[in-house]
Design a protein around this ligand. Structure first.
Ligand code: PAF
Length: 305
């Protein structure tokens, strides 16, 4: 079966600039570690201010967000903060990959204006005990598999928004549920900024770019394309007129089962705003999945419109 014409669109990696010189003669990037310095720097920035929150270890997916934010705003702020509050107890916060020197060189090459790199104590001083929690959309999919994860994400994102005061903040379609949850928080709390969603960047074989891909070994790397293949199958079935969401989910799961290194966590065909599962697909629909390849848990999605 050929899935060539029906696969989700891929953003070619060649459109994302890499390996630029670290030296930017006309541009000086500020690296800021404290909240008070970040607030006073913000007052000096030309508006609109674009903001890309990251946990560092930057890759082509981050560069797509940064380049879009750079193009659409007078100033650009990128944060690098590995947020302990969004890690499950089983996930290892301390072994999350970090490479600040490389990140800073990449950001300077992208003409970034300000890097906000606070310490854990700066963000979560002792006695910290206030949390931002979004209901319902956080309970499904990633929220069901990783309890407490989204509370950690919304708390740090709300705190960063308050410190940086961006005009626009940029999030990847790859983490579709995170983007939906952040949009809901911004709407519910009437936060004064726009959330921009940037398309997923894929490797030539379709694998979505992610920091976790670095953990795949040589045998697991080709097996990891099963996520993209399952999404291609969903799109193809839907384009052929299949409306039974259960049938699409079953066929995706069957395809994943054929891959011996893969174990399905969830396969979903849901409303892209509420994340409620469809019985009958009504576009737009979010086809999403989480699959364990060996020890590495990967997620991906595509919107069917
Ligand atoms: O997507 C991420 O890297 C993180 O969840 C975010 C948005 C930077 C919050 O820590």
């Amino acid at each position: 079966m050929s899935t060539k014409q029906t696969c989700p669109e891929r953003k070619p990696l060649s459109t994302i600039s890499q390996n630029k010189s670290h030296q930017t003669h006309s541009h000086q990037m500020k690296v800021i570690e404290t909240i008070s310095e970040m607030r006073s720097m913000r007052r000096q920035l030309a508006t609109p201010v674009g903001f890309v929150p990251t946990m560092g270890y930057l890759h082509e997916g981050h560069l797509a967000l940064i380049q879009r934010a750079r193009a659409e705003n007078a100033s650009l702020v990128v944060s690098i903060f590995v947020n302990p509050a969004q890690f499950d107890p089983q996930e290892d916060f301390s072994s999350y990959p970090r490479n600040p020197q490389r990140d800073l060189a990449m950001l300077a090459a992208e003409q970034n204006d300000v890097v906000f790199m606070p310490s854990v104590m700066e963000i979560y001083p002792s006695g910290f005990n206030s949390w931002v929690e979004v209901g319902q959309v956080t309970e499904r999919l990633e929220g069901a598999s990783r309890p407490g994860h989204f509370r950690g994400v919304t708390t740090i994102v709300a705190k960063l928004f308050d410190i940086v005061q961006p005009t626009r903040a940029y999030f990847g379609q790859k983490d579709a549920q995170q983007t939906i949850v952040v949009k809901k928080m911004v709407a519910d709390l009437a936060m004064d900024l726009e959330i921009v969603t940037v398309p997923t960047v894929r490797k030539p074989d379709g694998l979505a770019v992610s920091s976790r891909n670095a953990y795949l070994n040589l045998e697991e790397r080709p097996a990891a394309t099963v996520l993209y293949r399952a999404l291609c199958l969903a799109r193809q079935l839907w384009l052929q007129g299949e409306k039974d969401a259960g049938n699409i989910r079953r066929q995706m799961t069957a395809l994943i089962q054929k891959e011996s290194r893969a174990t399905t966590d969830y396969v979903s065909m849901a409303d892209p705003e509420t994340l409620e599962e469809f019985d009958t697909v009504k576009p737009p629909a979010l086809a999403s999945l989480a699959v364990q390849i060996g020890k590495v848990r990967l997620i991906d999605n595509v919107v069917l419109e």
